[in-house]
Design a protein around this ligand. Structure first.
Ligand SMILES: [Mn+2]
Length: 340
């Protein structure tokens, strides 16, 4: 951690392999890295001659049974300079879940319970696999949390953008203005409290920019409308396609909740007027969305790499895209491994 130079470290050229959500599926990760031509050396995988770099798109923990092995490999590659590891919503959630409300004097009144996330049944259930993976290794667990604090929220070069869920220019600008690219760019107790403070009307909150980058934009469903997500949790909000012009689009067209069909109802004007990721923007890479089937491009500058390797049906894939700077992405450049 001490030697870490920041999110641009390691990305010295345009030959990058982006890898989607891993969620404790270490065996598939190793197979994928080998398939991409990376070779093990001193506990990390590197591309021969350091000619290529991995960018991990977040969500290393939870769900799978090899969380510890996954985190250790991602961290070893980050430390070796053969990878950049971005933060996912699961990492942000874990840091918040284990952080005492009020630590360092930053107390959020509206949050009940002793931590920045209430320890309710559903929230505990999400982290069970991670805790099991570190059973009897409390110190290592704490070191893992310290590692998660260092993960940058997004990565941007002249050739691409990458983050866990959604690229939003205003959010990126806001974080840039604040000089905050990760939770280690300042006092952690203060930053994590601000990132969880959606109740602050004075708005020095980081809640909005971080939730867009790490979870993507969501839309409240009309009264009474709900659906169950892949884990059976009842949802009153839907994720939306942030790369299409929302003007005059209805709920069915705008919703991006693979496997869930919503009715073609009207969408509030404030959502119809929101910014979106245009067709002429540089390519953007992300995970998060639980896609199924074989990898395909959403658009020639929009590439989601989460194909549910940790999905309950067991038919998911761990997916990479081999990027060489092209501004029109090529569907033949996906490389993937079926869940084992
Ligand atoms: Mn995920």
């Amino acid at each position: 951690m001490a030697d870490y130079q920041g999110p641009d470290c390691g990305v010295m050229n345009s030959s990058i392999d982006f890898i989607g959500d891993i969620h404790g599926h270490y065996d598939e990760l190793v197979v994928l890295l080998k398939k991409l031509g990376y070779q093990e050396q001193g506990g990390a995988y590197r591309f021969p001659g350091n000619a290529r770099t991995v960018v991990f798109l977040g969500d290393y923990i939870d769900r799978g049974s090899q969380v510890r092995e996954t985190v250790n490999l991602v961290r070893a590659m980050r430390d070796a300079g053969s990878a950049v590891a971005l933060m996912g919503n699961h990492e942000f959630n874990a840091l918040s879940f284990w952080h005492e409300n009020g630590l360092g004097g930053h107390h959020i009144e509206a949050i009940h319970g002793g931590f920045l996330r209430e320890h309710t049944f559903n929230k505990v259930a999400i982290h069970v696999k991670t805790v099991e993976s570190y059973r009897g290794r409390k110190k290592e667990f704490e070191e893992m949390l310290d590692f998660l604090k260092t993960l940058p929220f997004y990565l941007e070069t002249d050739l691409f953008r990458a983050q866990h869920a959604c690229f939003d220019l205003k959010c990126a600008e806001e974080l840039k203005l604040e000089g905050v690219r990760s939770f280690t760019d300042g006092n952690f107790d203060e930053l994590i409290a601000r990132a969880n403070d959606q109740y602050n009307e004075y708005d020095d909150s980081l809640y909005y920019p971080l939730s867009l980058l790490l979870k993507g934009p969501e839309l409240d469903l009309p009264d009474g409308l709900t659906f169950r997500d892949a884990e059976g949790v009842l949802r009153k909000r839907t994720r939306i396609r942030w790369w299409i012009c929302p003007k005059n689009k209805n709920l069915q067209e705008l919703s991006f909740q693979p496997g869930v069909e919503l009715p073609p109802l009207d969408v509030p004007l404030e959502i119809q007027n929101r910014d979106f990721y245009g067709e002429n923007e540089r390519p953007v890479f992300f995970g998060h969305y639980w896609l199924t089937g074989l990898p395909e491009l959403i658009r020639d500058n929009v590439c989601c790499l989460d194909y549910s390797v940790a999905g309950y049906r067991g038919d998911g894939r761990l997916v990479a895209y081999r990027f060489d700077g092209e501004q029109k992405l090529d569907p033949k450049k996906f490389v993937s491994v079926a869940a084992m």
